[in-house]
Design a protein around this ligand. Structure first.
Ligand code: C2E
Ligand code: MG
Ligand code: MG
Length: 553
């Protein structure tokens, strides 16, 4: 009795005050506090708690919300709770205490963590999203891909990884300036996101590279996805007040059949992408295991090309193919086209059709192109000094080279160093670029022509440009592509095409050179059309400089 009486007395006295200030403390504390009975009755809820739950604190609902997901009987069990209607996050902890009447009740302490959670989500978004385009980034791609591979392996089926790279994006970037390159990347990203089936699985890997994951549930849509993406790039993009075409190349690897790790799949899709680039860009290629050996060769190619370029280009050799003047008796040689050859010590002979696209892709075309230009000018100067002052040399320029800001300066430097007469140098450009950025093209070609150098439009008839464009371009020579010559005498269209181009060129004061003449019949037809310049195996294949000099000097 004594002991109990003492306790009782304490409660009646000082502890009553303690109880009152205790409630006061609980009312003003930073977290929500709630006590529930096992019968779902709210025995106590402080002000903060009522605010958190908007006053909706009927026992049943509150206890259900709070206790869901907590482990029964576990002391101090805690969880995160999201209340959809208020868009709020809470941290909830539960402990058992004895209520005033000694029964066991549940004490919940609830902390509002909405701010922290939002901040976390923002950070996560920043870590997962590409700043420029808003697409997911590489990190998120790898995470999602890993998950998709796992899911697909688990439940069977197939998914695909699409690795996309814009063709010649560098031209737009260099030509229009980076801010317009950025605009294009954003436009493309927005359009990608609207392709049904891949709305939430497009990723920007950096630069002009994108990855798209086609999940197993969407795999049946793969064809329509590929068609939609292709259509997207068939239309021009509107930039800086004008229309620009930009194509893309894509490599596709399937999972888990082609690979079941993130690294392996990305590598294989990238190899397929290189195949697509090599096959002429503007297309997609599926990864084929059978080509793996070939693709390894491509990786070797890349390494060896870098090495060869670093080693003063000494594995490269410039060949010369004669261009003859068929308007004169005996069809005299009037010069040559310089054509690069790569005799790799490790890989053997590699044709320019194989390595030039890769050199462009890898950014190695500039040093290689500079090397060819310098060599060709030196040779031509030598021929000019050896009794043929009229001989000219043609050098191919890749569009990547052409769009460098200092291209005209580089040409001037080579002219000065080699002392070749500028009118004896003809730079060949392909028409692919012409339509893309006519203004830029005109400006650069204008600068080059300002040096006294001539310009030829190579492979005419195969690219985008129309006859109408020729008039606008500052060019001296049109080179009609071999594919038309192949059909001369067999196909009326080829005959008419060549004839019309010749007449048109004559009317606007340009010259025509015909490429790929292999047979006498082709030569005779062309002669009747009064073509002046012919280049082809019929007159001479590309040959080493010594051979050319032996024959034509
Ligand atoms: P291209 O500039 O149109 O060069 C003509 C190509 O046609 C050459 O192929 C030449 O060997 C080939 N050819 C010429 N006459 C005939 C013929 O009668 N029949 C057949 N079947 N073919 C003929 P090549 O040397 O393999 O070069 C392929 C392409 O590689 C060139 O096409 C050019 O676009 C590019 N290229 C070559 N050298 C260079 C270079 O130094 N720089 C750049 N950027 N590209 C180059
Ligand atoms: Mg050429
Ligand atoms: Mg050509």
């Amino acid at each position: 009795m004594g002991k109990e009486g003492k306790q009782q007395g304490k409660l009646d006295g000082m502890d009553m005050n303690f109880y009152i200030s205790g409630v006061e403390i609980l009312e003003n504390i930073g977290c929500g506090i709630c006590v529930c009975s096992k019968e779902n009755k709210v025995l106590f809820a402080n002000g903060k708690f009522r605010v958190f739950f908007n006053g909706r604190i009927d026992g049943e609902r509150v206890r259900r919300l709070l206790s869901q997901g907590l482990v029964d009987g576990e002391e101090g069990s805690g969880k995160e709770l999201y209340i959809e209607e208020d868009r709020k996050w809470f941290d909830v902890h539960r402990t058992q205490i004895r209520w005033m009447d000694q029964r066991l009740v549940e004490l919940y302490t609830v902390y509002d963590i909405t701010e922290t959670k939002r901040y976390q989500q923002r950070i996560e978004r920043q870590a997962n999203n590409d700043f420029l385009t808003g697409l997911y980034n590489r990190m998120r791609c790898e995470k999602d891909l890993e998950k998709q591979i796992r899911l697909t392996k688990g439940k069977g089926g197939e998914g695909a990884l699409l690795y996309m790279d814009l063709d010649d994006f560098k031209h737009i970037n260099d030509g229009l300036g980076h801010q317009y390159g950025d605009v294009l990347l954003k436009l493309i990203s927005n359009n990608l996101r609207m392709v049904p089936g891949i709305e939430s699985s497009c990723y920007r890997m950096g630069g002009d590279e994108f990855i798209i994951i086609v999940t197993s549930t969407r795999f049946c849509m793969l064809n329509s996805i590929l068609n939609d993406i292709r259509d997207m790039f068939e239309k021009p993009w509107f930039l800086k007040g004008a229309e620009y075409y930009c194509t893309m190349s894509m490599g596709i690897a399937r999972f888990p059949s082609d690979g079941d790790t993130v690294q392996e799949l990305i590598r294989k899709a990238d190899l397929a992408l290189l195949e697509a680039k090599k096959a002429g860009k503007n297309r997609y290629e599926f990864y084929h295991a059978a080509r793996e050996g070939h693709s390894f060769k491509r990786l070797d190619l890349e390494k060896n090309m870098r090495d060869a370029t670093l080693n003063a280009c000494d594995e490269f050799e410039v060949y010369y193919q004669p261009i003859v003047d068929v308007s004169k008796p005996d069809n005299p040689c009037m010069g040559a086209e310089a054509l690069i050859r790569w005799n790799s010590e490790k890989l053997g002979f590699i044709s320019p059709a194989e390595f030039i696209p890769l050199a462009e892709y890898l950014g190695l075309i500039n040093p290689i192109g500079d090397y060819v230009l310098r060599q060709a000018c030196q040779k031509c100067k030598f021929w000019n000094d050896s009794g043929h002052p009229e001989y000219k040399v043609n050098v191919n320029l890749s569009v990547v080279q052409l769009l460098q800001n200092d291209m005209a300066d580089r040409v001037r430097e080579v002219l000065e160093d080699t002392k070749i007469a500028p009118q004896n140098l003809t730079l060949e450009v392909t028409e692919g670029l012409a339509i893309n950025d006519m203004a830029r093209m005109k400006q650069i070609l204008g600068q080059i022509k300002g040096l006294g150098v001539r310009v030829a439009l190579d492979d005419f008839g195969t690219g985008y440009s129309s006859l109408n464009h020729i008039r606008e371009m500052p060019i001296d020579v049109i080179k009609i592509d071999r594919c038309f010559i192949e059909h001369l005498g067999k196909d009326e269209f080829a005959n008419v095409f060549v004839k019309i181009v010749c007449e048109l060129a004559a009317a606007i004061g340009m010259n025509v050179c015909v490429e790929g003449v292999e047979h006498m019949l082709q030569y005779e037809i062309l002669k009747k059309m009064q073509i002046q310049m012919i280049q082809g195996f019929y007159f001479g294949k590309p040959m080493r400089a010594e051979e050319f000099e032996k024959k034509y000097l």
